[in-house]
Design a protein around this ligand. Structure first.
Ligand SMILES: *[C@@H]1O[C@H](CO)[C@@H](O)[C@H](O)[C@H]1NC(C)=O
Ligand SMILES: *[C@@H]1O[C@H](CO)[C@@H](O)[C@H](O)[C@H]1NC(C)=O
Length: 395
């Protein structure tokens, strides 16, 4: 009897190993340590990660790349999906990916960890640490410094999941989604100091069907920034701060520019941020547009510009002829927005003199400043306001 039990126990682990290597099984596991990755935070593991990727990518079925606990130094890594057979690659990370602390080592490619032309890639867990402090110090001191790199970037990719991922201390943007369709960011955490330059949390451009949910972004620039060419973007249950808020723009730098359409931003708290929700366009000719935006259920806590449209953006008044912004803004709704403003003018709609905003709705907007009501200021903006507890705006 005892003999029999023992032999079963002995066979069971062998059976599991057999299952995990069986390519007909649902999922084959590619552990980066088996490809030479070292969890000591010192040995460059870029090539090991790339080899694991190449193997997973060649798999004809679902594949999982596994990164065990520990810290992995990655000089930089570029994962291309162009020759992939698998369209279901899961990257499960229990450890931390560490960028070189010397910003000259990554190089000037603009990206530290980059995915391009991939389909069906899901990242679960893990920390991407950009170690950007050296570059921020260079930039802050006014010296001539490289522009820096985005920590985690997806280009021209479809069906992407980024779940439970932490991105911290990036040299520049933390997470970039560019030219992608159907991307779900869920439970993401972005963390960098409030005074770190150009460290946007999540930047989305030229993409459709992107959702960002249940995430926390505290950084030195925009928590979420929305560039040209986005449609069907959904942002919900976000905590933003420190940072510059959620921004559509800057748009309208180019004359020919794709518009931004159907954006929902709901249930967001902004804490001590420079802006709450902002639409920002260059005061330059452009055929760009913003239409169909809903900002709903927002809580502002000591925010400098809780609601702002700035169509007169032109730092140092350089490169802007006198036309005003060509970007046409229409059908933007602000609904159920309350809390406190850090400045007296809590609602500032400064629309283009050549292309006024139309279809602006302000509904149940109640923001206070010190012990009283905050004020609103609207220029070249058309629409309607009701339940507006913030006076001074003639729509
Ligand atoms: C707007 O985008 C959402 C996803 O964010 C989508 O569900 C909805 O169908 C889109 N609406 C239109 C009119 O395309
Ligand atoms: C607006 O907010 C103030 C302060 O929180 C509150 O006293 C007031 O009742 C609110 N007004 C409305 C119409 O909700």
């Amino acid at each position: 009897m005892i003999m029999c039990k023992l032999s079963l126990l002995a066979i069971f682990p062998l059976f599991l190993i057999y299952l995990s290597n069986l390519s007909l099984a649902a999922n084959t596991i590619y552990n980066v340590q088996n490809y030479g990755a070292k969890s000591n935070g010192k040995t460059d593991s870029s090539n090991a990660f790339l080899s694991a990727w190449t193997a997973a990518c060649a798999s004809t079925s679902a594949a999982t790349i596994y990164v065990p606990r520990g810290s992995y130094l990655i000089r930089n890594a570029y994962f291309s999906g162009e020759t992939c057979k698998s369209n279901a690659i899961t990257i499960r990370i229990d450890g931390t990916l560490l960028a070189p602390s010397d910003y000259n080592v990554i190089g000037k490619s603009g990206n530290w960890i980059k995915f391009e032309k991939v389909t069906g890639v899901s990242i679960y867990g893990g920390t991407f640490d950009g170690q950007g402090a050296g570059l921020w110090a260079c930039k802050t001191s006014g010296k001539k410094c490289p522009q820096g790199n985005t920590a985690l970037a997806f280009y021209n990719s479809d069906n992407i999941i980024i779940n439970g991922v932490t991105a911290q201390n990036s040299q520049m943007f933390h997470i970039l989604v560019d030219g992608c369709h159907n991307v779900k960011l869920q439970g993401v955490r972005v963390s960098a100091p409030g005074n770190s330059p150009n460290t946007d949390g999540i930047h989305v451009q030229s993409s459709s069907g992107v959702s960002i949910m249940n995430s926390h972004v505290g950084t030195g620039d925009d928590c979420i920034s929305i560039g040209p060419g986005n449609s069907n973007l959904w942002i919900e249950s976000i905590a933003c701060g420190p940072g510059h808020g959620i921004s559509i723009g800057s748009l309208g730098w180019e004359v020919q520019e794709a518009g931004v359409q159907n954006v929902t931003v709901k249930t967001v708290t902004f804490t001590g941020t420079q802006n709450g929700v902002r639409v920002k366009t260059w005061a330059r000719p452009s055929n760009g547009f913003v239409k169909g935006v809903l900002f709903q259920h927002l809580v502002m806590s000591n925010v400098q510009n809780p609601i702002i449209i700035d169509q007169d953006y032109c730092p140092n008044h350089e490169s802007c002829p006198h036309q005003g912004s060509g970007v046409k803004i229409s059908d933007v709704t602000y609904q159920d927005i309350h809390g406190t403003s850090a400045t007296e003018i809590a609602v500032k709609l400064d629309c283009s003199k050549t292309n006024p905003c139309s279809g602006i709705t302000l509904e149940d907007v109640n923001l206070s400043y010190k012990d009283g009501r905050a004020k609103a200021s609207c220029v070249n903006a058309g629409g309607r306001a009701f339940g507006l507890e913030t006076s001074g705006c003639a729509l």
